[in-house]
Design a protein around this ligand. Structure first.
Ligand code: 13P
Ligand code: SF4
Length: 321
């Protein structure tokens, strides 16, 4: 089937056809596709690189392509654009936001930090460029612990916006960082009861938990870590069964990397669905990815003044990682 360089509608063409056309456009336009582990499997399969938030920023910084298509959510595209202002950065769906980033309004955060002028400001990468511009060091779930531990013990710290990641870092480092009261609606929605129920059915299974989950869920974990750290643990572990408490897109790469092992998604607390999905991450489809490469839209733009401030804490993170 020929898509003839025209925009496509959902379901109009097969995945195989779209993947072929995406490959063609990628070469034609010197474009590179980066995808987060929470993307649908078809997008992960057509991507040049897949990774966690840290890896995506590190890869973007080093690319020589003219166009970066960031298949993830908006703040990930923004981070790539801030690091590579000369490149065109595209996202398949501009509506792919993040409830955690939205839980931290830049003006309110500016007031909060102004009330504590003696505190260093650490922000999770899941924030807007405007919040990053108010930040001293950006972190991801991969490097937050290492970066906090590298700071002097008496350094006062504000940590935003994720109260769960902040609580977790406080508990493992013994710090008392002042936390912004934000959260991710997906990770907050895992249920202790449902994980305990799964554990009864699979007593040998290791429990893998993302640190954006509530403290009560983190307490059930054999491994707490970023998406990349959970994948690495699953690959290296001698265990053959894993209960996975993070967005279910990660199961694609887990199953691909360890076909002999069993990965059981931890379900959300408020529905009968077996998997907990991020509605924002799942806005991206192969059709939107193809259309975005074709039309070079939607493009991520960051106000240059904000970008000039936001790039410093991101670079500081990359140096400290
Ligand atoms: P990672 O940094 O672990 O990839 O997580 C990003 C994210 O959005 C988690 O919800
Ligand atoms: Fe944001 Fe949560 Fe979705 Fe991650 S899973 S992108 S933190 S809403």
């Amino acid at each position: 089937m020929n898509v003839e360089n025209k925009k496509v509608k959902e379901g109009e063409h097969s995945a195989a056809c779209l993947k072929q056309e995406i490959e063609r456009l990628k070469k034609e336009k010197n474009a590179v596709i980066l995808a987060h582990y929470y993307q649908i499997g078809d997008i992960q399969d057509v991507a040049d690189y897949i990774g966690d938030s840290l890896a995506l920023a590190q890869i973007a910084e080093k690319l020589t392509a003219d166009i970066i298509v960031l298949c993830g959510v908006h703040f990930m595209g923004e981070t790539a654009k801030i690091l590579c202002p000369e490149k065109k950065v595209l996202v398949p769906d501009a509506e792919a936001g993040c409830s955690l980033a939205d839980s931290c309004d830049a003006e309110e955060f500016a007031r909060f930090t102004a009330e504590h002028p003696d505190h260093l400001v650490i922000s999770y990468v899941n924030t807007s460029a405007a919040v990053k511009a108010l930040t001293d060091i950006v972190v991801t779930s991969s490097n937050a612990r290492k970066i906090v531990e590298s700071l002097p013990a008496d350094q006062k710290i504000i940590f935003g916006p994720d109260r769960n990641l902040g609580n977790y870092i406080n508990s493992v480092t013994g710090r008392e960082m002042l936390l912004w009261n934000g959260a991710c609606h997906v990770h907050e929605n895992f249920s202790v009861e449902k994980i305990i129920e799964l554990k009864k059915q699979h007593p040998e299974a290791k429990v893998l938990v993302h640190p954006e989950c509530k403290h009560t869920v983190v307490l059930l974990a054999d491994k707490v870590g970023s998406t990349a750290a959970l994948l690495d643990y699953a690959r290296r572990s001698d265990a053959t069964e894993f209960i996975v408490a993070t967005e279910s897109g990660i199961l694609h790469e887990m199953r691909k990397g360890c076909p002999e092992k069993t990965f059981i998604p931890a379900p959300p607390s408020d529905s009968t669905c077996a998997c907990n999905e991020c509605n924002f991450m799942k806005l991206n489809t192969l059709e939107k990815l193809y259309n975005c490469l074709l039309t070079e839209q939607p493009e991520i733009e960051v106000d240059p003044q904000t970008a000039a401030k936001a790039v410093r804490p991101i670079r500081r993170m990359l140096e400290m990682s």
